[in-house]
Design a protein around this ligand. Structure first.
Ligand SMILES: [Zn+2]
Ligand SMILES: [Zn+2]
Length: 298
């Protein structure tokens, strides 16, 4: 059976056992770190570097272990580490200090991305090897064959084209919002939990106007169904001043009449969640529909 939890961030995708969750992240597309945690004392760290430079895996790994050794010494723990080659482009390692860990560093033969993963635990007798092998095997570090990158965290599972970069995000209790950018093109994807309670007493169009700020735009939302869920589509042109966080300087240089905006919202009763996607672009494109089709709701 495949591991049930799917986490994807900045083009790094992994599958994990039940109840594991994204615990922390930093960095960007080029390099960064994720920490994914179990309900117990076991954690997975993953670091990635996307660089054209042919850096040496052994060098990366030794530097990583040196840092751990320094940390262990500060805590007064004895540190031991071993490195073992595993084929051309991969090294396995293990260490024990104030925690114990098994890990792997690898250069992807397809995209050259370097990933360093380790499964660590403070529990002395945790059988890390079997679990590590199962999790490490699920790693994907590059876009799919059609150039799409999946994003999956806190109930939001979607995908965007590779050329878009995450510009900002808001991760709050019950709300996950990702803002992507490609030049002046903007794409926002959002999931709002407990939607039924939030929308109680409102019609969905009124709620979208008020809470998703669709009131900023002219026109009326058109109702439709998305996978049997009630949905709304709004499309039109941006009113002056309605551009998403543009500075005055860039407003003055924009050819305003060309800006199109398309937004969609649908309510998934099964997940009691509302999904919201907004695309701002200067040309007519089916991007919004493609992103919606890749957004998993139930
Ligand atoms: Zn790759
Ligand atoms: Zn649904």
């Amino acid at each position: 059976m495949p591991l049930p939890v799917f986490i994807a961030w900045q083009g790094i995708q992994l599958r994990l056992p039940n109840d594991w969750f994204l615990n922390g992240f930093s960095g960007d597309w080029r390099e960064g770190v994720l920490t994914i945690s179990s309900a117990g004392k076991t954690h997975l760290d993953i670091k990635w570097v996307r660089s054209k430079a042919r850096s040496d895996l052994q060098f990366h790994l030794q530097r990583f272990l040196k840092q751990l050794e320094r940390d262990a010494r500060k805590r007064g723990a004895r540190f031991t580490g071993t490195i073992e080659p595993q084929g051309e482009q991969s090294l396995r390692f293990r260490w024990s200090g104030h925690e114990q860990a098994v890990g792997r560093i690898r250069r992807c033969p397809d995209c050259q991305c370097i990933t360093l993963m380790q499964l660590r635990s403070t529990a002395r007798h945790e059988p890390l090897h079997t679990l590590a092998a199962a999790i490490f095997e699920t790693l994907v570090d590059h876009p799919d064959a059609e150039g799409w990158v999946e994003w999956s965290l806190y109930g939001l599972h979607t995908a965007v084209p590779e050329r878009f970069r995450l510009e900002s995000h808001a991760i709050l209790t019950g709300q996950t919002r990702l803002h992507f950018r490609l030049g002046r093109e903007r794409l926002t994807i959002e999931r709002i939990a407990r939607a039924e309670q939030l929308m109680r007493g409102w019609s969905m169009p009124d709620w979208a106007q008020a809470w998703l700020h669709w009131h900023r735009w002219h026109g009326a939302p058109e109702p439709f169904e998305f996978e049997a869920d009630p949905a709304l589509l709004w499309q039109g042109r941006l009113r002056f001043g309605g551009l998403i966080s543009e500075s005055l300087q860039s407003l003055l240089t924009l050819r305003l009449p060309a800006w199109r905006i398309r937004a969609i919202a649908w309510f998934c009763p099964e997940r009691n969640a509302l999904f919201h996607i907004v695309h701002q672009s200067s040309r007519r494109t089916p991007l919004l529909d493609e992103v919606m089709a890749r957004t998993v709701c139930h």
